[in-house]
Design a protein around this ligand. Structure first.
Ligand code: AHG
Ligand code: MN
Ligand code: MN
Length: 340
């Protein structure tokens, strides 16, 4: 790509906003600030392998600064940047027990709140595998002019204005969705900008990859076990057996699912009847994004985006990815419900 053909994420977002004369540009400002946080987190992530040289987490470095764990660093970076963003009234993070309302006059008048998983897949840091940041943006429902409230953060995913992720992989990308669609931007390190590299992303309707922690299958119910048998069965016409791929970073597994098609599953099991992943920080943003790309996301029998959250950190089972593969797994889940 020649430099003259580069479209930066800011340029792209502003052009998109212009399609709506009534748009104020507030949402683009938040996306830009999340992108900025992503660049700062990326800089730190790229040094992760050097901790033994630069100082262990929890130790003090030569400048007398405490070395922070990466997920805490990512959390604080997002909190501080969004605090300075005049369009964000408050945040909720996987790392904090409660939501945080920014207590200043500008923020009280801001229309949006942001939820995030600051560093997803953190167990992969030590082995240099991809990790990411997941975010979700809602228009607040509480009264403008006052601090935002928990109700702003407990909206269903079908009320999202935008959502996406930054993936710190072999390159760093920011992918975000609005109701207009999904676009991916790759960080061009020499100019420090996310540039449009994956316009109008679509999740293929069919795929050949299933992605889950199959080591948990001793705890799965019959519906899930039957589905696994289906994935492993031979059927040339339908392209089975499917391949199994699981990185253990939802961002990385979902990025592959979005591009290549497939299904990502984190089901309920006997020891986690509500599943593991968080509705508000992981499942809703990914469900919004995959639906905007033509895919589908369910918790079993209903859409993830229709779940009305009752608490900030609630969990949900999730089946997400290529539309036809999600429809298929639902047949297995339904069989179980009829029988059980
Ligand atoms: P986090 O690092 O934010 O705690 O999230 C980890 C999540 C998710 O990224 C991944 O899909 C899943 O946990 C992996 O769980 P298992 O190790 O149980 O398979
Ligand atoms: Mn996570
Ligand atoms: Mn996390």
């Amino acid at each position: 790509m020649s430099q003259s053909k580069l479209i930066t994420m800011d340029e792209f977002t502003i052009q998109e906003t212009r399609k709506f004369p009534q748009a104020t540009g507030d949402l683009s400002a938040i996306l830009r600030d999340i992108g900025l946080a992503g660049k700062i987190i990326n800089k730190q992530v790229r040094k992760a392998g050097l901790v033994d040289i630069l100082g262990k987490h929890g130790a003090t470095n030569v400048q007398g600064e405490e070395q922070m764990k990466l997920d805490i660093f990512a959390n604080e970076t997002l909190i501080n940047i969004l605090k300075n963003c005049t369009e964000c009234a408050g945040i909720a993070s996987e790392e904090n027990d409660n939501h945080l309302s920014y207590e200043d006059t500008f923020s009280a008048n801001s229309k949006y709140v942001v939820l995030f998983d600051p560093l997803d897949g953190s167990s992969n840091i030590d082995v240099n595998a991809p990790i990411g940041t997941i975010f979700a943006i809602y228009r607040r429902v509480s009264e403008l002019g006052k601090p935002c409230t928990e109700a702003d953060f407990l909206q269903p995913g079908n009320k999202l204005m935008a959502a996406g992720y930054v993936i710190y992989g072999s390159s760093t990308m920011m992918v975000y969705a609005t109701r207009l669609g999904v676009n991916g931007f790759t960080l061009e390190p020499s100019i420090g900008e996310f540039c449009l590299s994956h316009p109008n992303m679509k999740c293929p309707e069919n795929g050949k990859i299933y992605s889950l922690n199959q080591g948990n299958s001793v705890k799965f119910d019959d519906g899930m076990l039957n589905y696994l048998t289906y994935c492993m069965e031979s059927n040339k016409e339908e392209g089975r057996p499917y391949s199994q791929r699981y990185i253990g970073s939802m961002v990385a597994d979902m990025h592959r699912t979005l591009i290549k098609g497939g299904i990502f599953i984190y089901p309920a099991d006997k020891s986690s009847p509500k599943g593991k992943l968080r509705l508000q920080y992981e499942c809703n943003p990914m469900a919004f994004l995959i639906e905007a790309a033509g895919g589908k996301a369910v918790c079993g029998t209903s859409n993830i985006l229709d779940i009305i959250p009752t608490e900030l950190h609630q969990r949900t089972p999730i089946f997400i990815g290529s539309k036809n593969m999600v429809n298929k797994v639902m047949e297995f889940v339904k069989v179980k419900e009829v029988v059980g």
